[in-house]
Design a protein around this ligand. Sequence first.
Ligand code: UD1
Length: 419
Amino acid sequence: MQKIVVSGGAPLEGEVRISGAKNAVLPILCATLLADGPVEIGNVPHLHDVRTTARLLGGLGAGIGHDIEAGIVRVDPRTVDSHLAPYDMVKTMRASVLVLGPLLAKHGEAEVSLPGGCAIGSRPVDLHIKALEALGAEIVVEHGFIKARAGRLRGGHVVFPMVSVGATENVLMAATLADGTTVIDNAAREPEIVDLADCLRAMGADIEGAGTSQIIVRGVDRLRGATHQVIADRIETGTFLVAGAMTRGRVVATHARPDTLDAVIGKLADAGADVTIDGDRITVDMRGRRPKAVDIVTEPHPGFPTDMQAQFMAMNCVAEGTGTIDETIFENRFMHVNELMRLGADIHIEGHRATVRGVERLSGAPVMATDLRASASLILAGLVADGETVIDRIYHLDRGYERIEQKLSGLGARIRRID
Ligand code: UD1
């Protein structure tokens, strides 16, 4: 199994080009199932989850063309002849559940394995199911599968009791082909929802309010093929900016979307970084200073993203002072804490709150990645630890970060992958 070895000590300096957003491209790939013609998606990051989604769509019968170098995926959904998302796909990638809405709306039928648990919590799909039922779907859950049927879906009023990115995406996609108007209240406002809506609109959908908590979808009879460029990955951007800040360096993220990162940029400034924005470039400059500890509370967008929690925790580990981190989105998303403590971090957990007292230095050790963003936090910690940090189970990392070792090496980090 592959591992990553990081030797700490060097401040990061330089420019890093940001890739397309994992959390945007996955729903967009699923949305192609709604079209009557080929859809071409650009700025697609080269990630394991993208390949898994392409395999899933291929398994449904769609034609897939993937030009990895050019970052383009072409999906021809006209040959889809299966409505089944099998267990071995969904268990490796929860986002597979996003084919449910499109298959149901386009083909009147879908059978999707229940995702089950994962490292960061139980993550149910009840909100997805209730929302699609509000559009007239008949859904049963049996033998580990969500089995959904409908004639043509009809517009309805969906009021989410809590904010869910995936459930908002599933019902948004389904509503585009429903008969009549759907109103989605308490919708997720993440930038990836806006990107999905932009792609659906390019396909001919009639959507208003994406990016606000009320989305209105007027159903249309058909959607056509289209082309779409995926938005920049705000979590990848934030990860590199934190890497710059905690190594006391200067990092410029290019091809980024600063407007999607307000909460993260605000916290970097609180940590003492000079942050400047120039078009699609974000610069974080610590001028050699030690970061100051920050308090974080994770919230749905536009609040501080849970997907940046582990990285900021890594920064707090070496910051001046004590910071608290409240995780309000996922239960059990502190799996990285024990690993960070193996590197010498001083962290105390009580319920949903981690209190991190900054230490002068971490010391390299073997650690194990537990989920995608936890892996990133361990790499960041390794960048400021004495000696070598060897990170095991890095397949999590390849699900969501494109060429992370090359990108970090380009900034002067001493990092390599070993078998
Ligand atoms: C998406 C992101 C993930 C991010 C998360 C929160 C993708 C592919 N993944 O995940 O990176 O961490 O948003 O920003 O975009 N919930 C229910 N019932 C449901 C659905 C969700 O109780 O039917 C709960 C979840 O357990 C969680 C909360 O709602 O506690 C938010 O989850 P949700 O926004 O749905 O996350 P995902 O869409 O799975």
